[in-house]
Design a protein around this ligand. Sequence first.
Ligand SMILES: Nc1nc2c(ncn2[C@@H]2O[C@H](COP(=O)(O)OP(=O)(O)O)[C@@H](O)[C@H]2O)c(=O)[nH]1
Ligand SMILES: [Mg+2]
Length: 309
Amino acid sequence: MGFLDRLKAGLAKTAKVLSTDVRDLFKREGRLVDDEFLAELRAALVKTDMGPAAAEAIVVDVDTRLRSRVVEPKTVLDSIRTQLFERLRPAEAGLATAASGPTVILVTGVNGSGKTTSIAKLARLFTREGKRVVLGAGDTFRAAAVEQLAMWAGRVGAEIVRGETGSDPASVAHRAVARALEGGFDICIVDTAGRLQTQSNLMQELGKIRRVIAKQIPDAPHETLLVIDATAGQNALSQAKGFREAAACTGIVLAKLDGSARGGVIVPVAEQFGLPVKFVGLGEGADDLEPFSPDQFLEALLSGALAEA
Ligand SMILES: Nc1nc2c(ncn2[C@@H]2O[C@H](COP(=O)(O)OP(=O)(O)O)[C@@H](O)[C@H]2O)c(=O)[nH]1
Ligand SMILES: [Mg+2]
């Protein structure tokens, strides 16, 4: 499957809900754009979790340009696309890499958000490009976490550096970066145990991991990625806020976009925190990660509805 088809499959639930709701607006023939129409449009948009600000911008756009007129579904869909594109465009950014030597990526987020799986997928993207990848099993909290990462490392063709259960994650990070340097690896990705943005001791631990990494490579970690679960709704938003402040994150991976009928959550996530969305997770397999592109995202979200309109 190509890039766009995977994105379409992942966003199918959200796209279906939106397209059904927009079509329902036009069930009554000759319907005018009036207050009732706009209220129903707003409700349909909010259902995708795109947030009140984005929904309002679309409603205002339709109201301003089209009030008291009979419109086609396509006109409304075009407004959705234009308004969302403007909001998502600033969130597009490539991955920062080292000018020379290994690029170090630190990965953080709450428990179960999809960190380890996303690391496996990222490693796969890199090994596909012929890059050599070493993973640091910095979730030393649970033995199963190390085994999970080791299993993925084997599958995606990456090396792994591990520590004893309960050992200091900063020391695992140190050894992973050392291995990347001495072995001439291109990429080093460091996993961490899940934590809440409110657990200040664990946030400080993250700071220690960063310092240990920076001691070996001064401008590293080149990226600190926050993995957010797209199905977490409003919680996803408060996580992004807390981690941005406490963990110096440089970008977001929005995982589990496939499991959600509320994929619109990417809009407030991208908008409210000034953090670029670098990747979206679209399934549990190693190939289910795509770089985020607003254009492709909107194409996947709206093409089904546009085809029927
Ligand atoms: N459907 C879906 N499931 C995912 C995705 N990413 C992770 N998962 C699942 O979410 C669960 C937790 O993932 P894991 O990587 O262990 O989370 P961690 O605790 O943050 O390391 C696992 O069952 C994964 O298979 C995704 O993009 N889509
Ligand atoms: Mg994990």
